[in-house]
Design a binder for this molecule. Structure first.
Ligand code: C2G
Length: 134
């Protein structure tokens, strides 16, 4: 495939400006951006709660972001290597809350950690709505 493919992963629940910024910055690192959106089951296994939006809704939102070329469901955190190979990714991008976690993939792709957008998170938004809503 011509050009450089960038891959990134995330839940992207209650989509916010931190999400759009990491996707925009990831896209700048190549010619094509592919995004793995974590499944509802993966979230439940990890956090013992389901995301606010279902995986179909989260995939639809991410797929409609201007810089995103393709989306797929991320079924398991352990399958990163398979996803990189399957999507022929040259660069794996994650926010720096994942710093160092994917360095084991540097034999097959470049691994880049981007600084998170400060002071915004899905958890804080949910908390704000549940405590401040009237
Ligand atoms: N992000 C960011 N700034 C924020 C919040 C999130 O840059 N203020 C980034 C994260 O670093 C991540 C992406 O946005 O790269 C998606 O964040 P989450 O939805 O929280 O994804 P997460 O649950 O960390 O991903 O394989 C990873 C899994 O899919 C889980």
């Amino acid at each position: 495939m011509a050009g450089k493919t960038v891959i990134t992963f995330g839940t992207f629940d209650v989509f916010h400006v931190g999400h759009v910024r990491v996707l925009n910055r990831a896209a700048e690192l190549g010619d094509r951006l592919v995004v793995g959106v974590s499944s509802d089951a993966l979230n439940f296994a990890k956090k013992e709660r389901y995301p606010v939006f279902t995986e179909d809704e989260r995939m639809e939102i991410v797929a409609n972001i201007k810089v995103v070329d393709a989306v797929f469901v991320e079924e398991s955190l352990e399958q990163k290597r398979d996803y990189v190979v399957e999507h022929q990714a040259d660069v794996l991008v994650m926010g720096d809350d994942w710093s160092g976690k994917f360095d084991f993939l540097t034999d097959i792709c470049e691994v880049v950690y981007l600084p998170r957008t400060p002071s915004v998170s899905t958890t804080a938004i949910i908390e704000h709505i549940t405590t401040k809503a009237v």
